[in-house]
Write a protein that binds this ligand. Sequence first.
Ligand code: PMV
Length: 354
Amino acid sequence: NTIEKGSFTWSAPSNIALVKYWGKKDKQIPANPSVSFTLNNCKTITKLTFVKRQNDTSKCAVQADFSFDLFFEGKPKEDFKPKIQKFLERVHLYLPFLAAYHFTIDTQNTFPHSSGIASSASGMAALAMNFMSLEKALNPEMTDDYFYQKASFLARLGSGSACRSIKGSVVVWGTHANIKGSSDLFGVEFPNVIHENFKNYQDTILLVDKGEKQVSSTIGHDLMHNHPFAERRFAQAHENLDQLSTILENGNLDEFIKIVESEALTLHAMMMTSMPYFILMKPNTLEIINAIWKFRNATKIPICFTLDAGANVHVLYPENVCEKVLQFIKDELVGYCQNGQYICDEIGIGSQLI
Ligand code: PMV
């Protein structure tokens, strides 16, 4: 098949890890398995327009060159281009047609720019989906399984956690002995039946600090090389995923909370004990954590927190306590957020063709 020109638009969500990926074995191969909830509202929407180039360099054995323009929220965005260039270089081995087209990449996020919410997972996932749509147009016989698995494989090469933003509500990335089909190369939907306690699970993201990240995740992952606690941590992630996998089936929220909060604090403990060391929490992060614990003790409502590699707090809770928790957030937590900002999200299903 040859295709002269066309366009696709995909949306891809962000995700929040319950068992964290922190550390790589090798290039884009995780040192331990991780699992995340896919989000629903925080997403990147990317339109990919493609036109066949006159001077097709795809057959050029030495080095293919790529041709693309990049727009972010309608405006040319030069400073994102090196990231995309690097992504194209990494994936073109698996998508040999890339150098044959000129691309216009038009991208936007549904969450506020520089809110401290990483857009690399949703951004790389949305781009990977678009490239897979083009590949499918060129090879229409491709199966759906192959399509999504390869999309996740490609997204991983852009940003590790992006491979968990392709398909499914609960996604495992990284080989784990007890999780059927799990792989270091792509994310897989959690294979067992998930308890209804987790149906429409809520994630309210409290924006504590919207500043630029202090440590890029590339540098962060590198800090796990020669880290004094690395081996124990990687083993712990396997144990936690094992337990969490049972919890996701039996719906035990007390046990869920223990693992999820411990994982968040462990991620930050790894950063505090690396060399160089970092504290990515802010005073208000700790205020929020303490307020959540106090509220949980007093009300027995099963809410908990998790953190990414930053100061923002994800507040996780079941749908049936939504009203009470939102009231608590408004009364007691919003004051700790920068400009009072927070985002209401919930578990989603993955990328979608628009
Ligand atoms: O996908 P990366 O390389 O940006 O790493 C993300 C790492 C964490 O968000 C901190 C944890 C995770 O598993 O998502």
